[in-house]
Design a protein around this ligand. Structure first.
Ligand code: FAD
Length: 399
C-alpha cells in the first residue's frame, strides 16, 4: 500500500493545485514537494498545533521566496515561513504553502573581529555563537532552544532568553536586515539610501508608515501605554514601540518586522551588533517549597547580581525528575508544590565572580529553601543543571 494511502491528508483545493503548478513551473522541480512524508513532517512546530501544509517549498534563495509569495498570493493561499520549527505557539506551521527558509540560508560572516556578525536566517544561534566564540563575543538573544532555533526565527519572534532581558534582544541589537516584502520588493535596510529606496519602490507602504507614526505620536494616551507595555519583556503582537523609537519609515519597518512572526516579510539576512561573553560563570538550582516563595525571592536575587533566573514550577520539576542525574538532590525530592529557580552569576573576571558569590551566599542564607544550594563553575555540573531547563520541552513531548 502506498504511504499516501496510510495517512489522512486534507483534500487539496483547486487553488492549491494551481499554486503548486505555478511554483513548479517557476522553480526547480525538487524545490516544491507535495510528498505526504514532507507535508506531515512539517505539520507541527514545537507547539501542540497540527496544520498540514498543501506544499513545502525548500527555498534556495530570496528569489525563490519572492516567487512563492507571488504564486500563493495569485491563488489566494496563505504562506508560512518555517525555519528551526521550535516555536511554541504554532506560528511556524500553516495549512497553505510552507516555505522552508532554514536549509539553504546558513551562511555566517564575522565582521570587525566579532563586533558584528552577518548571518543567514537558517543559521542556528549555536552555530553563530560557535563562530564568535574565539573573539569572546556572542549574539545578544540567547533562547534556551539555541541548539536548534535560527536567526530568522529569533528575529521574527523577537526571542530573548536566559540573560538577554530587554537590553540585548533582537530589537536592541539588530543593526540591519535584508528584507523580502510580500510584493517581492527586496530591501537592504543597511544601505545608505534605504529610506529613499523604500519611498520609491513602495510609496503606499512608505506613506502608511508615516501616517501611523504620526497618529500614534499625536495621542498622548497611546504614547504612555506603549512606553509602559514595552518597558518590560513583551513580545506579544507587533513591536509598535517602533513608531516611537524610530523616525525614518525604513527603520520603523525594520523594527516592526522584529517580532512579526513572518507576517510582514522574509528576513533574508540579519546583521547584529554582538555582546561580550562573560567567561566566569557559576550556576545553582534553588528549590523553594512553593511558587510564591520563589517569586518573592526574585527581587533579592536580582539585587544580589543574578544574571539569569529561570523558573520551573512543580509540574515541570515532576516531568524532568526522572531525567536528572542520580547525584542531583532533585532526583529524590518528594515534589509537592515545589518551585525551582535556576540562578546564574556571569562575570568578566574571577575576582568579580568571587565577590558576586559572596553577596549571593548572604542572600541564600535568608531564603526558605528546601534543598541546599551548590553554586558551581564546573562545566559538567553546570551542563547537568541546564539540562533540567533546556531539556524540559523534549521531556514534556516524550512524556
Ligand atoms: C526547549 C525550548 C526552549 C525555548 N526557549 C526559549 C527562550 O528561552 N526564549 C524565547 O524567546 N523562546 C524560546 N523558545 C521558543 C523558540 O525556540 C524561539 O522563539 C526561537 O527563536 C524560534 O526560532 P526557530 O528558528 O525555531 O523559528 P521557527 O519556529 O521556525 O519560526 C518562528 C517564527 O518566525 C517566522 N520566521 C522564521 N524564519 C523567518 C524568516 N527568515 N523571516 C521572517 N520570518 C521568519 C516563522 O514564520 C514563525 O512565525 C524555546 C523553545 C523550545 C522548544
Amino acid at each position: 500500500m502506498a504511504y499516501s494511502q496510510l495517512i489522512d491528508l486534507p483534500a487539496t483545493s483547486a487553488e492549491a493545485q494551481a499554486a503548486v503548478a505555478e511554483l513548479r513551473a517557476k522553480l526547480a522541480p525538487d524545490v516544491v514537494s507535495t510528498e505526504p512524508l514532507d507535508l506531515m513532517a512539517r505539520a507541527h512546530d514545537a507547539s501542540h498545533f497540527l496544520l498540514t501544509p498543501k506544499a513545502v517549498v525548500t527555498a534556495r534563495s530570496a528569489q525563490d521566496v519572492a516567487q512563492a509569495f507571488a504564486a500563493a498570493r495569485a491563488n489566494g493561499l496563505p504562506v508560512t515561513l518555517r525555519s528551526g520549527g521550535t516555536s511554541l505557539s504554532g506560528q511556524a506551521g500553516g495549512d497553505g504553502i510552507l516555505i522552508d527558509v532554514r536549509q539553504n540560508f546558513r551562511r555566517v560572516d564575522i565582521v570587525e573581529s566579532g563586533e558584528r556578525v552577518i548571518a543567514g536566517p537558517g543559521a542556528t544561534i549555536r552555530s553563530v555563537n560557535a563562530r564568535l566564540h574565539r573573539f569572546g563575543r556572542k549574539l545578544g538573544p540567547d533562547p534556551a532552544s539555541e541548539i536548534a532555533c535560527t536567526v530568522g526565527g529569533v528575529v521574527a519572534n523577537n526571542s530573548s532568553g536566559m540573560a538577554c532581558g530587554t537590553e540585548f534582544n533582537t530589537y536592541q541589537t539588530l543593526e540591519s536586515m535584508v528584507l523580502v516584502l510580500p510584493s517581492g520588493t527586496v530591501l537592504d535596510t543597511g544601505a545608505p539610501d534605504a529610506n529613499d529606496q523604500l519611498r520609491t519602490k513602495e510609496p503606499e507602504l512608505f506613506a502608511g508608515l508615516i501616517a501611523l507614526r504620526d497618529r500614534v505620536r499625536s495621542n498622548p494616551h497611546s504614547v504612555e501605554r506603549i512606553r509602559h507595555l514595552f518597558s518590560m519583556k513583551n513580545t506579544m503582537g507587533y513591536g509598535i514601540n517602533s513608531f516611537l523609537d524610530h523616525n525614518e519609515p525604513v527603520k520603523i519597518l525594520e523594527h516592526l518586522v522584529i517580532g512579526s512572526e513572518g507576517t510582514l516579510g522574509f528576513v533574508a539576512q540579519a546583521t547584529f551588533r554582538t555582546v561580550p561573553v562573560a567567561p566566569h560563570i557559576a550556576t545553582g538550582l534553588f528549590v523553594f517549597p512553593r511558587v510564591t516563595d520563589a517569586t518573592d525571592a526574585l527581587e533579592a536575587l536580582l539585587a544580589s547580581g543574578a544574571k539569569t533566573l529561570e523558573l520551573m514550577d512543580a509540574r515541570s520539576l515532576q516531568v524532568v525528575q526522572p531525567d536528572v542525574a542520580a547525584d542531583n538532590p532533585l532526583s529524590t525530592l518528594a515534589i509537592k508544590d515545589h518551585t525551582a529557580l535556576l540562578v546564574e552569576l556571569q562575570e568578566m573576571s574571577a575576582e568579580a565572580l568571587a565577590q558576586a558569590g559572596e553577596v549571593m551566599a548572604k542572600t541564600v542564607s535568608t531564603l526558605p529553601l528546601d534543598l541546599p544550594v551548590e553554586f558551581t563553575s564546573d562545566s559538567r555540573k553546570r551542563a547537568e543543571l541546564w539540562h533540567v531547563r533546556k531539556g524540559l520541552y523534549t521531556t514534556v513531548a516524550g512524556a
